[in-house]
Design a protein around this ligand. Structure first.
Ligand code: TRP
Ligand code: SF4
Length: 330
């Protein structure tokens, strides 16, 4: 028996190079959970197909994300890392689960309503079924815990309902109701200091960027908007630079920045330089590992294929149990 506490599953769409928001909101937690759980981390390329832009450069974006995940410490020796479409059993489970899913529930989900506002010209069938595919991801691996951002809460709740419906209809307990673990502890704002960090808003700091690029981005960060001149006192509580200092700077330095900002002892330029230096120090080992991985994409592909093979073993077993529970001729 596994000495771990249970199985974690999480997925993310292949959005290419990851940024600081992705790191603090998801990847860092994925890495930490590996100690206590059997983790399965999936690059959900089929989910990405629901959005037209996401299909551009899909293969490269899948690689870029894998480079970032692996360089950040997702360890294929400990965890299963793979690409969703490499384990096609999930598509079968999706179809089976769709039969116990009321259509009305799907179109009422807040995530679906947001999507149709975002892409009114592409409200495809797959988009309606997106949460069903997600439920299939989670249940195919009998996952106990799903670390996701709070925006995904409706999908996890939906998954729990689908599990109950399936188990009730077929008088079984083969599917496992997952729990949710909200991972978005810090709300990571972009360089504009107002909106959430995101690639599409171009207010992000890529993990893979060089020290110079990182410094350049940090120097563009919006600080306390009330602080107009160097001699004005500032308010770190409303400053996104300070929020990041709290994560990447020593407690002692955070304390002095906090005090000196308020009495105009430190200027924003110096404060940002410090942040950039700390970020660069923190991500140096990451960048070194990433550079190694980028040099050998075949090896990364092997890691993903091996992950898929291990995922397949679990998937086949679940599908078999599902067939039996339904009473299908296998
Ligand atoms: N819907 C998730 C998102 O947009 C991605 C996802 C797909 C996922 N399948 C999953 C997350 C399974 C957790 C578990 O972020
Ligand atoms: Fe923000 Fe630092 Fe400027 Fe204060 S000194 S407003 S914490 S950037």
């Amino acid at each position: 028996m596994s000495p771990k506490k249970g199985r974690v599953f999480s997925g993310a769409r292949p959005t290419g190079r990851q940024h600081l928001g992705n790191y603090l909101g998801a990847i860092k937690n994925y890495v930490a959970l590996q100690t206590d759980y059997d983790c399965v981390y999936c690059i959900v390329d089929i989910h990405a197909l629901t959005t037209m832009d996401a299909t551009i450069g899909l293969k490269q974006n899948t690689f870029e994300m894998a480079f970032d995940w692996l360089a950040a410490g997702i360890d294929p020796e400990k965890s299963i890392v793979f690409v969703q479409s490499h384990v096609p059993q999930v598509m079968e489970l999706h179809t089976i689960l769709s039969m116990v899913t009321p259509y009305g529930k799907l179109i009422e989900l807040p995530t679906f309503k947001d999507k149709i506002k975002q892409q009114p010209k592409n409200i495809n069938y797959g988009l309606v079924g997106y949460p069903v595919l997600q439920a299939a991801d989670i249940t195919l691996y009998k996952s106990d815990l799903v670390p996701v951002g709070v925006d995904q809460a409706p999908h996890i709740e939906f998954t729990r309902e689908v599990v109950r419906s399936f188990n009730f209809r077929y008088k079984t307990d083969v599917l496992v109701e997952p729990a949710m673990k909200v991972t978005e502890i810090p709300k990571v704002l972009g360089t504009d200091g107002v909106q959430k960090m995101s690639k599409s808003l171009d207010n992000h700091i890529e993990l893979a960027s060089t020290a110079e690029e990182t410094q350049k981005r940090v120097m563009t960060m919006v600080t306390d908007p009330q602080r107009m001149r160097r001699n004005d006192p500032g308010n770190p509580d409303v400053c996104n630079v300070f929020s990041l200092h709290k994560i990447f700077t020593s407690a002692e330095d955070v304390k002095s920045i906090n005090a000196e900002c308020r009495n105009a002892g430190i200027g924003c330029v110096d404060c940002k330089k410090k942040l950039a230096a700390n970020l660069n120090m923190y991500f140096t080992p990451f960048r070194e590992r990433r550079a190694e991985l980028v040099k050998d994409p075949d090896h990364v592909e092997e890691i993903l294929r091996d992950g898929a093979k291990r995922a397949c073993v679990i998937a086949d077993q679940t599908i078999h149990e599902v067939h039996e529970a339904i009473g299908m001729l296998e």
